[in-house]
Design a protein. Sequence first.
Length: 237
Amino acid sequence: MKPIAVFQHSPLVGPGHFASFLDARKLPWQHIRIDQGAAVPDSAAPFAGLCFMGGEMSVNDELPWITQELALIREAVALDIPVIGHCLGGQLMAKALGGTVTRNPQREIGWGRVELATNATARHWLGDLSDFDSFHWHSETFTLPATAVPLFSSAFCSNQAFALGPHLGMQCHVEMTEGLITSWASEWSHDLAVEPSAPAPVQSRSALLAELPSKLPAMRAVAEHLYECWLLNVHTK
């Protein structure tokens, strides 16, 4: 099969569990390190799917690769090549497809409950699940592209995910691993609250790490379900 392109935009924001998911199924993927100066491919046609990871930058920044990735997303959608985005990746998808990206009313960082919309599309992606604890690290949010269907929301961010046919754009970070979480909590500790408090849009480092053992396995199961559903439309042969 053609490889799945996985775009990394920041040294600390790697593909995480999405890469493990692909490797476990022996599916080929191409790691495109935008953060290391890799060029954005000229076309989506050589790939079975496109995956966009997060990053500290805004999709509204004047960076050449952002414009190129927006065009690549639009081409992939036109060619029915499935696209999936995590946080910045979801924002890239939203902007490419006609939505807007602006500041969220507050930053949302750490573990937080996400509720599923009550529509058939949400049930298609996650069955009878009504909510789950996800990981968050963002200060911006997207509006939904025209004809996109809302999937998740949280108390601090109304648009946590959308589907547009086979394409899945997420604000939350379901791809997280223990290594990613501990490295972010260390390197970006200045973004975290000083004292533990709940419920709150920003957790402290101690609270965030204390909840990791209990909440990561359940979120990983949700991620697997989402990725399996996304993979249904990826041509694997």
